[in-house]
Design a protein around this ligand. Structure first.
Ligand SMILES: Nc1ncnc2c1ncn2[C@@H]1O[C@H](COP(=O)(O)OP(=O)(O)O)[C@@H](O)[C@H]1O
Ligand SMILES: O=C(O)[C@H](O)[C@@H](O)[C@H](O)[C@H](O)COP(=O)(O)O
Length: 209
């Protein structure tokens, strides 16, 4: 008999306008799991600062990352899967999410700066000004080989990106994922599959991570 897939938290990451919200919401809907828009957890001060064309510092991001980490931990503790968007530009931010004990898979959205610049300029319903894009690429520490995740191009259509993400998840999380140093045994979601959650992510296989 097949074991139930373990809960999985997918963190859709990348620079501003790389397509996180577009892909993340579509992916969550496709998988039938909750979606959390990371931008919604920014303080008004942070939003104001970015809107005024000033990049966030590590200190500015601290409460935002803390709030996101809490939400990921809540999913893990409840044995639930979910999709969350967060630029997660630095390794230290991503490690923080992993230390919750959630089984995490990062989907890093990859987009040429020229295309990103066009997309951010065309976007009219968002606080993030195009002038901050350079600082986003400068801060970005791409996913490292020892982090659990996959890089997916968003250069094509949104539908194509979604298909690539689904495919990456079907292949990816079955790979050995964990960095033992980041795993807290008491929070290992594999031992606490939820009873009332919306169900684990459908595409990912049973995890070894
Ligand atoms: N694959 C895609 N192809 C074309 N345009 C896209 C694609 N993904 C997102 N967009 C558009 O690019 C802009 C930025 O996407 P968005 O999802 O808001 O990025 P982010 O959440 O990373 O800032 C939006 O206007 C969105 O409609
Ligand atoms: O850490 C940061 O500097 C910001 O969080 C930034 O990375 C994020 O991208 C903004 O919230 C803009 O929102 P979008 O990514 O949705 O454009």
């Amino acid at each position: 008999m097949e074991a139930a897939p373990a809960p999985l938290v997918v963190v859709v990451m990348g620079v501003s306008s790389s397509g996180k919200s577009t892909l993340g919401s579509a992916l969550a809907a496709r998988l039938g799991v909750p979606f959390l828009e990371g931008d919604a957890l920014h303080s008004p001060e942070n939003v104001h600062k970015m809107a005024a064309g000033r990049p966030l510092t590590d200190e500015d991001r601290e409460p935002w990352l803390a709030a996101l980490t809490d939400r990921i931990r809540q999913w893990a503790d409840a044995g639930r899967s979910g999709v969350v968007t967060c630029s997660a530009l630095k390794r230290a931010y991503r490690d923080r999410f992993r230390r919750t004990g959630a089984r995490i898979w990062f989907l890093e959205l990859d987009l040429d700066p020229e295309v990103a610049a066009r997309r951010i300029a065309a976007r009219t319903d968002h606080f993030m000004p195009p002038g901050l894009l350079d600082s986003q690429y400068a801060a970005l520490e791409p996913l490292a080989a020892d982090e659990p995740g996959t890089r997916v191009s968003t250069a094509g259509s949104a539908a194509r990106t979604l298909a690539a993400a689904i495919e990456a998840l079907a292949r990816g999380p079955a790979r050995p994922v964990p960095d033992a140093r980041l795993r807290s045994p008491s929070r290992d979601p594999r031992s606490s599959v939820g009873e009332d959650g919306p169900g684990p992510a459908a595409a990912p296989g049973r995890g070894s991570g």
